[in-house]
Design a protein around this ligand. Structure first.
Ligand SMILES: Nc1nc2c(ncn2[C@@H]2O[C@H](COP(=O)(O)OP(=O)(O)OP(=O)(O)O)[C@@H](O)[C@H]2O)c(=O)[nH]1
Ligand SMILES: [Mg+2]
Length: 269
């Protein structure tokens, strides 16, 4: 794990730390793709053949769940509300986090964990808002796992009673499987992606505690039917709350803030 505070040293001086409230930590991992199925076959003779199949995926998920439960317990005893935000690449997760930090400034203390395969780009965007952030680079991995989040929490040290926004790697498949210890998964879909996505990626939408339909400012220009999309979302996740919004124009964001405030009000301190 590499920890690299942003602007820790002023230019030209290696020894003079400059305090900047924003910190970018690069929590880099070279992460093998954990979706490895190892079907080991152990054939014993012609008669009475026994075939032993070991599903590594199952084991990886079981181990992940143990660590996720520890994360959840740690967060819950401190009254920290952790939200695991998933979407396809570019749906607007980082933009929404940036806007949320800025609009809720002074009302809610926010910490952020950024998950991407590579780069510090999203963490640097968050740090520019003045918010503490840890970047986790997953290398070849396509999702965050509970151990990565545990390490990131150690670096971030989120304040009791704060809101912890975890931006997962842009991907509507694997993040559905991995519990990070969050309060809830939030799925963001944008109107440029097509109405059918909840049906094509049902596990991600089924795992969501809230779905946000973003970029509604683009509705006049794209072929996207909000009502049909909502029907598809509810066909895989009946009763889930769905909010429509535009991070760019601010339309609908107040409903999102009310939802956050309700979540924070029910956190156990
Ligand atoms: N028109 C419009 N553009 C938006 C909106 N929200 C985000 N964008 C744009 O969508 C692009 C992608 O936004 P990001 O916030 O980087 O998306 P992301 O989900 O964090 O992307 P990854 O981290 O790569 O998965 C940027 O160019 C944003 O400016 C919106 O409400 N309307
Ligand atoms: Mg992003």
């Amino acid at each position: 794990m590499i920890s690299r505070p942003l602007d820790h040293h002023s230019p030209g001086s290696d020894n003079e730390p400059v305090h900047d409230h924003s910190h970018v930590h690069d929590d880099s991992h070279v992460h093998d793709d954990s979706h490895v199925h190892d079907h080991s076959h152990n054939h014993q003779g012609v008669t009475g053949t026994t075939t032993r199949t070991i599903s590594l995926e199952q084991k990886v998920l079981e181990q992940n769940d143990v660590i996720a439960a520890r994360n959840r317990e740690w967060l819950s005893t401190r009254g920290i509300v952790a939200l695991n935000m998933a979407s396809s690449p570019g749906a607007g997760k980082t933009s929404l986090i940036e806007r949320t930090i800025s609009d809720l400034s002074g009302q809610v203390r926010v910490g952020v964990i950024e998950g991407d395969q590579a780069t510090l780009i999203d963490a640097e965007r968050i740090a520019a808002t003045g918010c503490d952030v840890v970047q986790v680079n997953t290398g070849a991995g396509c999702h965050l796992d509970a151990q990565m989040v545990s390490n990131a929490i150690d670096s971030l040290d989120p304040a009791p009673g704060s809101l912890l926004l975890v931006e997962n790697v842009g991907n509507l498949v694997c993040p559905a499987l991995f519990d990070l210890g969050e309060r809830m998964k939030i799925v963001v879909i944008s109107v440029t992606e097509g109405t059918d996505k909840p049906m094509k990626y049902p596990h991600m939408f089924a795992a969501a505690g809230l779905v946000l339909i973003n970029k509604v400012d683009l509705l006049p220009y794209v072929d996207f039917d909000v009502d049909a999309c909502m029907e598809h979302i509810h066909s895989v996740n009946p009763g889930v709350r769905v909010l429509t919004l535009s991070v760019t124009t601010g339309e609908g964001v107040n409903d999102w803030y009310t939802w956050i405030s309700d979540q924070c009000a029910t956190s156990v301190a």
